[in-house]
Design a protein around this ligand. Sequence first.
Ligand SMILES: CC/C=C\C/C=C\C/C=C\C/C=C/C(=O)SCCNC(=O)CCNC(=O)[C@H](O)C(C)(C)COP(=O)(O)OP(=O)(O)OC[C@H]1O[C@@H](n2cnc3c(N)ncnc32)[C@H](O)[C@@H]1OP(=O)(O)O
Length: 285
Amino acid sequence: MSRNILFLSKTINSNVRRLCTTPTPVQKAEKLVLIDVNDKTGYGTLSMNRLPVNSLNVELFNALSDAYDEMEKNKSRGVILTSTSPKIFSAGLDINDLYSGDSKSWSELWDASQEAFLKIYDASFPSAAAINGHAIGGGCFFSMICDYRAMVKGYQIGLNEIQVGIALPKVLVMIMGKLLPRRHAEISLTQGTLYSPEQASKINLVDDVVVDKAEAIIKCEAFLNKFRKIPMDAVNTTKRTIRREEIDYIRNNKQKDIDDFVKAVESVEAQNTIKMYYQALKNKK
Ligand SMILES: CC/C=C\C/C=C\C/C=C\C/C=C/C(=O)SCCNC(=O)CCNC(=O)[C@H](O)C(C)(C)COP(=O)(O)OP(=O)(O)OC[C@H]1O[C@@H](n2cnc3c(N)ncnc32)[C@H](O)[C@@H]1OP(=O)(O)O
C-alpha cells in the first residue's frame, strides 16, 4: 500500500484533503493541511502545507482545527503532526499579518489560534509531533501542545516571540512553565532563545532527537503505540486533569485573551520591532 502518493478522495472542507488509498491518482492538491490515515494503525498524519514556511495565519489555524474535527469524527487512534516542507515544521505566526494587520485582523487571528489550540490540546486522542525542520514561535508552541515531540537534527526550536517584540501570551507562559524546568523556562521566555534539538532535549522541550523525518515518524508511531492497550477514557480523564488549567483559562477568558494579544501586538514598541524584524527577514538574501 503506497502511502506517499496523493490520491483523490472526497474533499472534507475547503482547506483539508484526506489522503487515502483509493487508486485514483491526481496532481498534488494544494490544501493547507494534508491528512493521511494509516488504515492499519488508525493514526492520521497531518502535514502542514502552507509553503514555503508554514507561517500560521487564520486559514492555516482553521485548516488544523478542521483536520482535528475530522480525526475526532473518525475516532482516530492518534495523530502525527508534521509538515510537507523539507526543512521547516513551522516558522510561527505569519509576520506579514503582524506587520500589516489591524486590531480586527489580529483579533480574528488570535480567535482562530485559540480554536486550533483547544482542538489539539484537548483532543480525545494523543498527538505526536514529527518536527522535521525549524519550529519557531507559534510553530514551536504547536509542537509543545502535542503529547510527544521527535525532532530532526540540524534545525532550531524555541519561543522567540520576545525578539519579535510581542509580550508572551499567557497560555504560552503557562505551558512552557510546566514543560521546562523553571529556570530554563524563564530564560527561554524572556530572551526568546532558539535551541538545537540536542539542547532542547536536555531541557524537555523535545523528547527525542532523530536523523531524519522517517525516523521521527517511527518514533511518533512508537509513542502512540504505547496507548494501544490502555483504556482511552482513563487516559483522557487523566490528561484533562493535567491540562485543565490552560484549557479552562482559554475557555473562560477567550475575549480577554484576544484583547491581551491585540494589545501586545499593537503597542508602538511591538510594531516598531515587528517592522524591523520583517525588513530584516526580507533583506536576508
Ligand atoms: C491561545 C493561543 C494558542 C495558540 C497560539 C499559536 C501560535 C502563536 C503563539 C504565539 C505568538 C507567536 C508569535 C510568532 O510566532 S512570531 C514569528 C516567529 N517566527 C520567526 O521569527 C521565524 C522567522 N523566520 C526565520 O527565522 C526563517 O525564515 C526560517 C528559519 C524559518 C527559515 O529560514 P530560510 O533561510 O530557510 O528561509 P527564509 O528565506 O528566511 O524564508 C523564506 C520565505 O518565508 C518568509 N518567512 C519566514 N518566516 C516567516 C514568517 N514567520 N511569516 C511570514 N513569512 C515568513 C521569508 O520572508 C521568505 O519570504 P521571501 O523573502 O518572500 O521569499
